[in-house]
Design a binder for this molecule. Structure first.
Ligand code: C2E
Ligand code: MG
Ligand code: MG
Ligand code: MG
Length: 277
């Protein structure tokens, strides 16, 4: 009896797996066509200096609106783009789009507003990743320091030296580097010193409960760590006044979250800057 039920389980499991695989392949096919048809959008979420309230930059975030008007979450499609290799071309597009946006902002006299883009592991694995970034900044005549790459700790999971070498080269060329989702991934304090970082991003999960004293300890520790390492510290996912007040008391440098603004299309970000001058 036990054997039979195990077998049934297996058949059921196999069916599920096949459905999953088909679904993923379908999504990848649709992503490939929609990317080719220019259906991906790059949205921008403002980042502010916590003391002055001035907008200092934005994080660029991909948005995929399919033909039926539905948004697919990046949490769903980024892994598929990575798995299929599509992230290489999409990532290139993101970087060029961000550089173009930096230029547009300059033309509207926002000369100090930088843009951060997220980069994935497969992008680092290509030979000419560093060159591709420098080509983009050259092509759009953008000062490298105004383009920031956001990496996660997981990027060091395999071939850490390849990644570190690329980052060091980029940093030598003036590109800014931020460590995203800090404290949530594969972490090793020893790598923290080897990475040529400019900013540390406190993950949303640590900001979430920050107003409760017993939960503030991790955010506080990360902020202090960043400061001692001479990095700027930015907290993400601020949703209310209480969280803002607590971060202020911890002397966090910069903030990003729905409390200030949600990610928005490029033209709305420009309007947001105009309104918050
Ligand atoms: P991330 O880089 O950590 O980006 C921050 C995420 O938190 C964004 O989700 C943003 O919309 C969300 N967020 C910001 N403030 C708040 C808040 O106050 N409350 C809540 N609940 N959420 C907030 P999004 O846009 O869905 O992106 C999810 C993830 O997808 C990103 O996490 C990033 O890892 C990845 N991603 C997005 N765009 C790109 C891209 O162009 N390239 C790559 N490689 N990954 C990307
Ligand atoms: Mg990010
Ligand atoms: Mg993050
Ligand atoms: Mg995240």
């Amino acid at each position: 009896l036990a054997k039979k039920s195990t077998q049934e389980h297996y058949v059921y499991y196999k069916q599920e797996m096949e459905e999953q695989t088909l679904w993923r392949l379908g999504m990848i096919r649709q992503l490939r066509t929609d990317f080719a048809d220019n259906r991906l959008e790059l949205w921008y979420q403002p980042q502010l200096n916590l003391q002055s309230g001035k907008v200092i930059g934005a994080e660029a975030l991909l948005r995929w609106r399919t033909a039926d008007g539905q948004f697919v979450s990046p949490a769903v499609f980024i892994p598929l783009a990575e798995y299929s290799g599509l992230i290489i071309d999409i990532g290139d597009w993101v970087i060029n789009q961000a550089c173009q946006q930096i230029k547009v902002l300059e033309e509207h006299s926002f000369t100090d507003v930088g843009i951060s883009v997220n980069v994935s592991i497969p992008q680092f694995r290509r030979e000419n990743f560093v060159d591709s970034i420098m080509e983009a900044t050259n092509k759009h005549k953008v000062k490298p320091r105004k383009l920031e790459l956001e990496i996660t700790e997981n990027i060091l999971m395999d071939e850490p030296q390849v990644v570190i070498d690329a980052l060091v080269k980029l940093k030598e060329q003036g590109i800014s580097i931020a460590l995203d989702d800090f404290g949530t991934g594969y972490s090793s304090m020893s790598y923290l010193q080897k990475l040529p970082l400019d900013r540390l991003k406190v993950d949303r999960s640590f900001v979430n409960d920050i107003a409760k004293p017993e939960h503030a300890i991790i955010a506080e520790t990360i902020i202090n760590l960043g400061k001692q390492m001479n990095l700027k510290v930015i907290a993400e996912g601020i949703e209310d006044q209480e969280q803002q007040a607590k971060l202020k008391s911890l002397a966090c440098d910069e903030v990003q979250g729905f409390f200030y603004a949600k990610p928005m299309p490029a033209d709305e970000f420009l309007a947001f800057l105009e309104a918050n001058k």
